[in-house]
Design a protein around this ligand. Structure first.
Ligand code: 5GP
Ligand code: ZN
Length: 139
């Protein structure tokens, strides 16, 4: 099967604007930034989704997100940042290899997540809580 673009970057087959690299995790600037300093943190082992990640890869990825966020905010002078992580095409994931976005933010920068928040009807919330909590007790 053809390797995905982030596997090829992790293996050094395709160049990237690298920020950090370890045995497990690489971080680099996004080629089409939402804002300047938009970075990606990518565990090298190919999995598509957060739910499939190896625990050690995930731990190091999250610590790398924190380090990259500190550096990107300091260097760009951002007022804040978003950490985004998409899973599945329906969520906006275009590259099917687990990655975290670190996006420097400024007030009025024009980027919006467009959240559309709803409400639960009657017992829906308690029903969902019970089913999800039950599932979590079995993991
Ligand atoms: P997704 O929509 O999958 O969460 O985000 C994928 C991100 O990867 C996009 O923001 C896109 O700009 C970035 N991207 C795709 N191909 C490349 C590439 O070859 N190099 C770099 N640096 N970023 C890429
Ligand atoms: Zn991959």
């Amino acid at each position: 099967m053809e390797k995905c673009i982030f596997c090829r970057i992790a293996e050094g087959d395709i160049p990237c604007a690298a920020l950090t690299e370890s045995e497990r995790v690489i971080s680099f600037l996004d080629i089409n930034p939402v804002n300047h300093g938009h970075a990606l943190v990518v565990p090298k082992v190919h999995v598509e989704s957060l739910t499939e990640a190896l625990s050690q890869d995930l731990q190091e990825s999250v610590l790398t997100v924190q380090k990259v966020a500190r550096a990107c905010v300091e260097v760009t002078g951002a007022e804040g940042f978003n950490v985004l992580q998409n899973n599945g095409r329906c969520s906006g994931q275009e590259v099917p290899h687990l990655h975290f976005h670190v996006i420097p933010r400024w007030a009025g920068d024009g980027f919006s997540l467009g959240w559309r928040q709803g409400r639960y009807k009657d017992a829906e919330m308690e029903d969902l809580r019970r089913r999800i909590a039950g599932k979590l007790r079995r993991v």
